[in-house]
Design a protein around this ligand. Structure first.
Ligand code: NAP
Length: 472
């Protein structure tokens, strides 16, 4: 990347048009990409930060659990990038519906795709589609007030949920288990929509069991998230001490990885727990994989098989079967990225083929097309991981500018927002988002909360229209 000294070089004359960049997806990866673009002096930029929702923040808003307010507060930091004068938030615009990748390529000079990995992975076992079986993505979308959440399906599944089984031992599984095991009083101050709080309060959850198909040394949850399970008001974490006896390969893994050894230390503290009457058992079971969801009209149980794990960390079944009672099964086995019209996708990995963030078409770099975040590297890492990831992508983009592959005016089209409006779309800009934000704060205040998430398209867009009408 060329380094321009401010003292030696007065910078480009103001008549030089900025490099116009569209970032598709206003989650952490998109916002960090916008931030990296505005925090360099090599090239003046104008960034349009697009999102299909009328709200920014992606998984910070609709992923991080609402009972993690400190983590969710990262939106205040992310907001600084949205407030930058060279960045324009353009919400309520869906690539594939309101415009496609070819339209973008014609209009702007470069596109950075950061639209994440929104689909759920499947278990591919019989019974998976029975009522009472949900993907974690469905449940998380619902409890964070995503406007596309399938309310009826989730609430019907929860209504009879006495025994809950969560499949997977990643951080999303722990989020789901924790939220379901919390008392209404613990959830009351969160920004969950009122109907979510009411449905969770009414759900008869009496036990939560989390299943890991491999041993505790292979769990992907992190220690802080694990430890929190033992801080719940009414639930007691139970772990079978036999699951914590490690073979030499697992011992080696624990010795080499601090997160694994810390997780094991926490789990060992809990091995002596006993369940006091009146408390909800939250069981962590390892070496257990689901083979079938049992039930006719809805899930009544999960048939599981005991596994063994080989030295390479692969789990295989032992043939030892058992049926665990379950009225609600939540599969939390990872996310998967999907394609966009005219954008290549590696179906197996669920990512857009790329080289350090440069999109590859038929193995060749596609000038002006970049990716960052989960759609670039897959669904791993915490929010902050996207900062480094987005910086790598933006560095590649700026290298392409320096090499003459990209130049301002290359796209040559009209203003993106004007084009969208001319085509009948209804983009939501930063001021409109501020109106939604204010409406959520006002709604929360009616019940003494800091905020309540607006969960319907109608109410989100009504907040925008009402603010516009007041301003006239
Ligand atoms: P994940 O960490 O990849 O966990 C997926 C889990 O599903 C693993 O335990 C995996 O086990 C299991 N699994 C996959 N296929 C399975 C199958 N067929 N049968 C049984 N189990 C199966 O993914 P995630 O929990 O969805 O999280 C995604 C990312 O978001 C992670 O990087 C996570 O750390 C991050 N996140 C962070 C936070 C936080 O920081 N608080 C909160 C939520 C999410 P195997 O390992 O055996 O495949």
């Amino acid at each position: 990347m060329p380094v321009v000294s401010v003292e030696e070089d007065p910078g480009p004359p103001s008549s030089v048009p900025p490099l116009r960049v569209a970032v598709v997806g206003a989650g952490p990866a998109g916002i960090y990409a916008a931030e990296a673009l505005t925090r360099q002096d090599d090239v003046p930029v104008a960034v349009d930060l697009l999102d299909r929702l009328p709200t920014p923040f992606g998984l910070v808003r609709h992923g991080i659990a609402p009972d993690h307010p400190k983590m969710r507060a990262i939106r205040d930091t992310l907001h600084r990038a949205l407030d930058h004068p060279s960045v324009r938030f353009v919400g309520n615009v869906e690539v594939g519906r309101d415009l496609d990748c070819a339209d973008l390529a014609r209009t702007v000079d470069a596109v950075v795709y950061t639209y994440g990995a929104a689909l759920d992975r499947h278990l591919a076992i019989p019974g998976e589609e029975l009522p009472g079986s949900l993907a974690a993505t469905d449940l998380v979308a619902w409890y964070t007030g995503h406007p596309d959440a399938d309310r009826a399906r989730v609430e019907a599944a929860l209504a009879g949920a006495r025994s809950v089984v969560v499949v997977g031992v990643g951080n999303v599984a722990l989020d789901v288990a924790r939220v379901l095991a919390r008392t209404p009083a613990e959830l009351e101050p969160t920004d969950m929509p009122q109907h979510v709080l009411d449905a969770l309060a009414a759900a008869p959850v009496g036990s939560v069991t989390v299943l890991g198909r491999r041993g505790p040394a292979h769990a992907t949850f992190t220690t802080q998230e694990l430890r929190e399970l033992d801080e719940l008001a009414q639930a007691t974490v139970l772990v079978d001490p036999a699951d914590l006896e490690l073979d030499p390969a697992a011992e080696e893994r624990a010795a080499a990885d601090r997160v694994v050894s810390r997780n094991l230390a926490v789990l060992r503290e809990w091995a002596g727990h006993t369940l006091e009457p009146g408390r909800t058992p939250l069981r962590l079971r390892f070496y257990t994989r689901p083979v079938r969801l049992v039930g006719e009209e809805r899930v009544t149980g999960v048939e599981v098989e005991r596994t063994v794990v080989d030295a390479e960390g692969r789990a295989s079944g032992t043939g030892e079967l058992e049926v665990l009672p379950a009225d609600l099964v939540v599969r939390s086995v990872g996310y998967r990225g999907s394609g966009l019209p005219h954008l290549p996708l590696d179906e197996r990995r669920g990512t857009v083929p790329n080289e350090g963030g440069r999109v590859l078409r038929d193995g060749q770099r596609a000038p002006g097309e970049y990716v960052a975040g989960w759609i670039k590297r897959g669904p791993t890492g915490v929010v902050g991981t996207n900062k480094h990831d987005a910086r790598e992508t933006v560095a590649a983009l700026l290298e392409d500018v320096a090499a003459g592959v990209l130049r301002p005016g290359r796209g040559g089209g009209d203003d993106l927002v004007s084009e969208l409006r001319a085509n009948g779309a209804d983009p939501v800009l930063l001021e409109d988002w501020r109106a939604i934000d204010a409406a959520e704060v006002a709604l929360g205040a009616t019940r003494g909360r800091a905020r309540t998430t607006l969960h319907e398209w109608e109410s989100l867009l009504a907040a925008v229209k009402e603010a516009a009408a007041r301003a006239r």
